[in-house]
Design a protein around this ligand. Structure first.
Ligand SMILES: [Zn+2]
Length: 309
């Protein structure tokens, strides 16, 4: 069989002139080369198209999903108004603008409720003062429960993250070195999660003196107190007592609203804090109040001067 084909081929080859055979071979070779080049080009194009519209786009999407444009932008300390020997507890302004601040950072479930209520009421922004120890314990629980940690929750929701020391000590009893350690240790823990060093610092128990305020300022941070204490941490507090501390007569038509420029102190651990927020935020909004972060409050009133206790 093979032999007969070979013989037949030989006969055919013999019938064709050698020059013609050469031309056919060259043409065939050119065609094969052309097809091969075309194939390579197509394969290359395909790879590029797939990479651009496929993998790379998928990569972009996942990156965009990870990026939250709502994240709170920390302003440089140079933007803040001068602060004296005491932390800022409110600002002078005639604008109906106030801040809600939440201390300590313990209790993820409560923190989540607070974040949800702020979002539900028009994506309001607040300031959360975290303790370093609260961050540590929450990170451990978050790993066990396979969830985000509290700082991530608050940061990703666009709120301001601030420093409330590492272990919540009384700053009046600390050496300057220990004060610095307390503040910087908490800063690092926050920065490890958010990538940003906080600007605001709140003394535990509001306990401070000239020396401790000096340390905060030396670290390029801004000391902040409050002028409305809801006492929501106290076991004797109730939803009604918390609401009344912010807006007296909130149940009646004769509501007594807080001074414009006020800073309200609350806690992430407050048993009735979420419940009270559900009631009092709509009251404040109805009264024409704008609710902003503590930094935004201080920065908005920078030309009017910050007020101290
Ligand atoms: Zn505290």
């Amino acid at each position: 069989m093979v032999l007969s084909v070979f013989v037949t081929s030989g006969k055919i080859v013999g019938m064709i002139e050698k020059t013609t055979l050469f031309k056919i071979l060259i043409t065939l070779l050119a065609c094969v080369s052309l097809i091969f080049v075309a194939y390579r080009v197509c394969v290359r194009l395909n790879v590029n198209v797939n990479t651009n519209s496929g993998e790379k786009d998928a990569e972009k999407v996942s990156k965009n999903e990870g990026q939250n444009t709502d994240l709170y932008e920390v302003s440089p300390i140079s933007d803040y108004p001068e602060v004296g020997e005491r932390p800022v507890c409110n600002v002078k302004t005639s604008e109906k603008i106030i801040s809600l601040s939440f201390d300590d950072g313990y209790n993820y479930e409560n923190t989540k409720k607070i974040v949800d209520i702020l979002k539900k009421n028009g994506n309001l922004k607040a300031t959360f003062f975290f303790c370093g120890n609260a961050i540590d314990s929450d990170i451990k629980s978050a790993k066990i429960q396979n969830r985000e940690n509290s700082v991530e929750l608050v940061h990703n929701a666009g709120h301001e993250i601030a420093n409330h020391s590492n272990s919540h000590p009384n700053f009046k009893k600390l050496t300057k070195e220990k004060m610095e350690k307390e503040i910087e240790s908490c800063n690092k823990k926050i920065q490890n999660i958010t990538g940003k060093r906080p600007v605001l610092f709140r003394f535990p128990y509001g306990s401070h003196n000239k020396e401790s305020v000096g340390v905060v300022k030396k670290l390029n941070m801004y000391p902040v107190d409050w002028n409305i204490d809801t006492l929501d941490w106290n076991k004797k507090s109730s939803c009604d007592s918390i609401c009344s501390s912010i807006c007296k007569g909130y149940k009646t038509g004769n509501v007594s609203y807080p001074h414009p420029g006020s800073i309200v102190l609350m806690h992430t651990t407050g048993k009735y804090t979420p419940e009270a927020l559900e009631i009092i935020i709509p009251v404040l909004l109805k009264g024409g109040y704008k609710i902003v972060t503590v930094s935004d409050l201080v920065l908005s009133a920078s030309d009017k001067g910050a007020n101290n206790k």
